[in-house]
Design a protein around this ligand. Structure first.
Ligand SMILES: *Cc1c(COP(=O)(O)O)cnc(C)c1O
Length: 392
């Protein structure tokens, strides 16, 4: 059976070009980049190139890039650094729709005596800027707002927010894990102090990430030990994966146009067709300001998990809008924050595309999904009830 992979916001396939560049790093270049001999130097050179490549995609300086083990570590490092570097400030501002990497850490900090403001979003997943600005104070150490939401695809005006945050004397961090490679980023022209990214969301391997730290930003390391990464992150570098991340960043720059034209067109065709062929369905997110690859679509009166299982029978991989943690099928915190009604939040599917997808992939979903939803609705007491209420 052919795999139709439409879950690229969860993770991506390692691109061939990226894998190719990793192989020497896993074989011949086995020296420790910190060593003072030719094997060390040989390993250090591609590491330096990777740093330049990541910096170049972001419009940053190589020395502003810190390599980490993942997007989560980058997020934790940024928040931790801002709090340690500004010990008198005990207030954090973030949003209600952050990835658990930010959300869970902030919830933990509340237990440790910090005050956290979670800024709400509207029905389209757009952040309430007035609430954010009204909560800025002298006590605010850091404001962390994601660049783009991984579920709805909604893009936040982080550059505008960063300016206001800076003027108020706080540090601004953005989790740009979903934005990097999909939207233009030029940190040289922005007021953003720190930015997180993750390799496996842009066709590099899992287990590598980076944190941009603007030159001059006060910083305190999260991992302490050796002097790697200019003393900002101890631990021998994940050498081959960092090299892969560097190549993935040049690839992302090369493919950004395709992402915003061909991939976006595939997404739009998928969305338009599903809305037309499946009644009681709607798209979530800010349609004017959205990632080009993401489609969050709700089918009322069906269970997302059942849809996923049935699509899987056709080789289709997507994800649902539920947090299956603790065995409950609670709609995700993102859909709840957006106020999506329960009957629809439960039947929400996220399709996330990439440069790997083809017209054929989209055709398959368009062929299969209307039948799947129809079948599930025939078995749904909620659907029967809703139709009866409408006299159908
Ligand atoms: C995937 C993701 C992360 C976590 O990155 P990891 O490398 O898996 O730790 C953080 N934020 C967002 C928005 C993500 O989509």
């Amino acid at each position: 059976m052919r795999t139709i992979y439409l879950d690229n916001n969860a993770t991506t396939r390692i691109a061939d070009e990226v894998l190719e560049e990793m192989i020497p790093a896993l074989t011949n270049l086995y020296g420790n980049p910190s060593s003072m001999h030719h094997k060390g130097a040989e390993a250090g050179a591609p590491l330096a190139l990777a740093r330049e490549r990541v910096a170049s995609l972001l419009g940053a300086l190589p020395e502003e890039i810190l390599f980490t083990s993942c997007g989560t570590e980058s997020d934790s490092t940024a928040i931790h650094a801002a709090l340690i570097a500004n010990p008198d400030k005990k207030h954090i501002i973030t949003t209600m729709v952050e990835h658990p990497a930010v959300k869970t850490y902030c919830e933990d900090l509340e237990k440790k005596g910090y005050r956290v403001t979670y800024v709400p979003v509207d029905r389209k997943g757009r952040i309430d800027l007035n609430t954010l600005y009204a909560n800025l104070s002298k006590d605010t150490a850091i404001v962390s707002v994601m660049w783009a939401n991984n579920e709805s695809g909604t893009i936040f005006p982080v550059e505008e927010i960063a300016k206001k945050v800076k003027a108020a004397g706080a540090v601004f961090h953005t989790d740009a894990v979903q934005a990097v490679g999909k939207v233009d980023i030029n940190l040289a022209d922005s007021a953003i102090d720190m930015l997180s990214l993750s390799g496996h969301k842009l066709h590099a391997p899992k287990g590598v990430g980076a944190l941009y730290i603007r030159k001059g930003t006060r910083f305190a390391p999260f991992l302490m030990g050796g002097h790697q990464e200019m003393g900002r992150r101890a631990g021998t570098e994940n050498h081959s994966s960092i090299i892969a991340l560097g190549r993935a960043c040049t690839l992302a720059a090369e493919k950004m146009d395709e992402e915003n034209t061909r991939v976006k067109d595939l997404r739009d065709r998928l969305e338009k067709s599903l809305l037309e062929s499946i009644p009681n369905s709607f798209v979530n997110g800010d349609l004017e300001n959205r990632l080009p690859n993401t489609c969050s679509i709700s089918f009322e009166y069906v269970e997302g998990e059942s849809i996923l299982l049935m699509m899987n029978e056709f080789g289709i991989c997507a994800s649902s809008g539920s947090a299956c943690t603790s065995g409950s099928l609670e709609p995700s915190h993102v859909l709840r924050a957006m106020g999506i009604p329960f009957t629809a939040a439960h039947g929400t599917i996220r399709f996330s595309l990439s440069i790997d997808n083809t017209d054929e992939d989209i055709d398959t979903v368009i062929e299969c999904l209307p039948g799947i939803i129809h079948t599930l609705r025939q078995m749904s007491p909620f659907w029967a009830e809703a139709m009866a209420a409408q006299g159908k």
